[in-house]
Design a protein around this ligand. Sequence first.
Ligand code: GAR
Length: 213
Amino acid sequence: MQNSKLKTPPIPDPLPRSPQPWRLGILASGNGTNMAAIAAAIATGQLHAEIAVVIYNNPGAGIVAQAEKYGLPTVLHNHRDHPTREDLDGALVATLKQHWVDWVVMAGWMRRVTAVLLDAFPRRMVNIHPSLLPSFPGVRAVEQALQAGVTVTGCTVHFVELVVDSGPIIMQAAVPIFPTDTPATLQARIQVQEHRIYPAAIALAASGFSAID
Ligand code: GAR
């Protein structure tokens, strides 16, 4: 395996915790490996939280199997059934509130959010993105980095704002790009870092860390 001299940020040990476990609502569109990493961190006691509900928008998404593995409730909100983004977000808010969610965690949620959702969880929504934001926001961030010819990319956890992949940064990890990389090999290495930093970033954000104060 190729060796990297890049440093990734230290993760506080132990992670911050609240008296009551934080109730997380996961929003996901795909495989759910980040959700699984969060669930594993909870299971081992690293992250003092519980996943109250997993909401997904694509029928057949891999995250359903991951959620079943951890015995987590899943709710399908298929965006194709909603006439507007606001209508979808209204349905998401209703489900999140029904499950008494404190923090909304976007884990591969590939829908734009509206003020309907943001206003229901002010500064209580986080997202993970497979690049070192503000570089390469939007879709196909891994391919964007390869095409740009940069030698370092990574992943970012940030508070959610209306503009896609904007918002104050909570934690980042750098990942080197090797000349032999394909989108698949690079994404795999980025995901290793995503799974490492997401539980830690959630703990930091929920314990009152503010990137803007
Ligand atoms: C992750 O790599 C995440 O960074 C990305 O989707 C993937 C989901 O993987 N999110 C975005 O691109 C958001 N702009 P997962 O379903 O295996 O957790």
